[in-house]
Design a protein around this ligand. Structure first.
Ligand code: GDG
Length: 492
């Protein structure tokens, strides 16, 4: 069973939306997002294929080619698949576990079974579309069993896997009843990519520990050999599997497409600041409404700074865009109601008639409006408790190539490793967030040269390490590493 596509990306979600035409008929249209921006140029270059779920249960449109020549190949999932695989195992088990237990993960063996079955479904679709010897890039935590299943179904494929979220420490990970199956699934790849060297180290340590386990429930003796150290964009570490196959592991910090971040017109920025009442200082938060992002902590910090007089409600405004996310999951509902209660309370306490201190949007806004918000903001607040990378921080920096603005950044966001000139904070410590916010605001007023230097240094970093570097280094690593000895080997 093989298809004709030499380059295949597989992700949980296909980059399409179901839209309704004026005459009431429906059509699938491509929907660009961060992942799409990263992968699209490579797909286009190879005239490749994207395999994924179209976002609506129980139906799947026929495969179709976009005007850029990329083939979109839908995977059909039932409502039960969606609930067990996506809402359950992916987002109520793996997501909290991989984000260091900010909320308690649920370990449910029925969800695990559905996760396995859905990974098998994805594997069947990939096996159908991928040409002999094709390169397949598997994306993210929803599809961690896919490399192993594909290796068995199609040993001819070159498989790269990239994880977009953190990989937690081995001691935490070992809570997962199916830890060993996931490690084996991942090791079906030729190359495993993570954002940061520390995530690579965590994975290698877990692999060592799993290989030390005997009497495992899969009944397979482990003979994994882990060698080398985590490196950036270069295979530094290898894991040798029981059958002698080598898997390369490295860090590939993801980034943004700087060319797509053209600054808005000055009058749009001025108009937005006018709508906000022309405050002296505009603070901004942009996040999916997710408990990992620390939105509530940010609001509580703002409230305490207003209360203490460190910030003057007549001179400052906070804009918070909170994009709806995973709304049927209980912890997301709780996070939303806590955020909205805080917004209401803070405005109740500090707003003037017709002039809120917190402007809160619970919806997704168009990309061009988002760029205007970034450009208009004096201080960007990224206060995630844990974040694989955080592209919002990089997008903000991209729009401040003139050295204006300042960034308050959680030290637990992957981006802090690269954007070290940000005003770093510990989001678990309100005093630390407060200090960073006050320092950032103060720097703009009293130390503009220092603030400018910091922003320009971060802008250089983002310019020199954009998403094209991420894609090309991952691509060349997959190509060179999978060339070694995988083709034609017997499956495990
Ligand atoms: C995961 C990892 C990692 C947000 N609101 C709107 C909007 N956005 C866009 C932003 C940005 C993207 O969504 C969010 O990306 P982040 O990286 O900040 O966060 P996650 O969604 O959690 O992404 C993360 C990433 O994968 C990539 O590997 O960095 O750590 O958790 O691009 O601009 N876009 C529009 N309207 C909105 O209202 N148009």
């Amino acid at each position: 069973m093989s298809g004709t596509n030499n380059f295949v990306v597989v992700a949980n979600r296909l980059p399409v939306d179901l839209t309704t035409r004026p005459d009431g008929t429906e059509e699938w249209t491509p929907s660009p997002g961060g992942l799409v921006a990263a992968l699209w140029p490579v797909l286009q270059e190879h005239q490749g294929c994207w395999v994924g779920w179209p976002g609506v249960s129980d139906i799947a449109p026929a495969s179709f080619r976009t005007s850029e020549g990329v083939l979109l190949h839908p995977v059909k999932l039932t409502q039960a698949d969606f609930e067990g695989f996506y809402e359950g195992f992916s987002n109520a088990t793996l997501w909290p576990l991989y984000h260091d237990l900010i909320v308690q993960p649920t370990y449910d063996s029925d969800w695990w079974e559905v996760y396995r079955e859905v990974n098998l479904k994805f594997a069947d679709e990939v096996a159908e579309v991928a040409a002999e010897g094709a390169t397949v890039w598997v994306q993210d935590y929803q599809l961690q069993l896919l490399p192993g299943i594909l290796r068995q179904l199609r040993p001819d494929l070159k498989i790269g896997f990239f994880l977009h979220i953190p990989f937690p420490g081995a001691d935490l990970y070992r809570q997962l009843p199916w830890r060993e199956e996931i490690v084996r699934g991942l090791l079906g790849a030729d190359v495993l990519g993570f954002h940061l060297p520390s995530y690579v180290s965590n994975f290698l340590e877990l692999t060592r520990q799993v290989s030390g386990e005997t009497g495992s429930h899969t009944g397979q003796p482990d003979e994994l050999l882990v060698e080398g150290e985590a490196k950036i964009r270069e295979i530094g570490a290898t894991v040798t599997t029981a059958d002698g196959r080598k898997v390369g592991v490295a860090a590939f910090p993801i980034s943004i497409d700087l060319n797509a971040m053209q600054p808005p017109a000055d009058e749009d920025v001025a108009q937005l600041r006018g709508v906000l009442g022309n405050p002296e200082t505009v603070l901004l938060g942009v996040d999916r409404l997710d408990y990992t992002k620390g939105i509530l902590q940010r609001l509580l910090t703002f409230e305490e700074l207003l209360e203490s007089g460190a910030l003057d409600p007549a001179k400052v405004v906070l804009m918070q865009v909170a994009t709806p996310s995973r709304e049927r999951i209980e912890q997301y509902r709780v996070a939303r109601s806590q955020v909205e209660e805080a917004v209401g309370r803070i405005n109740g306490r500090f707003a003037q008639m017709g002039r809120p201190v917190v402007h809160y949007l619970h919806r997704s806004i168009p990309k061009n409006e988002l760029r205007t918000l970034y450009a208009a903001a004096d201080v960007m607040l990224v206060t995630a408790f844990k974040d694989g990378m955080n592209l919002v921080a990089k997008e903000y920096v991209a729009l401040h190539g003139d050295g204006s603005g300042s960034l308050v950044l959680s030290e637990f966001a992957g981006a802090a490793v690269e954007l070290e000139q940000a005003y770093l904070c510990n989001p678990h410590d309100l005093e630390s967030i407060k200090r960073a916010v006050v320092t950032a605001v103060d720097a703009l007023e009293h130390y503009p040269d220092s603030a400018r230097e910091r922003m320009l240094a971060m802008h250089d970093q983002v310019r020199e390490h954009d998403v094209h570097l991420w894609a090309s280094s991952f691509e060349s690593s997959t190509a060179s590493f999978s060339g070694q000895e995988t083709a034609g080997e017997s499956p495990r």
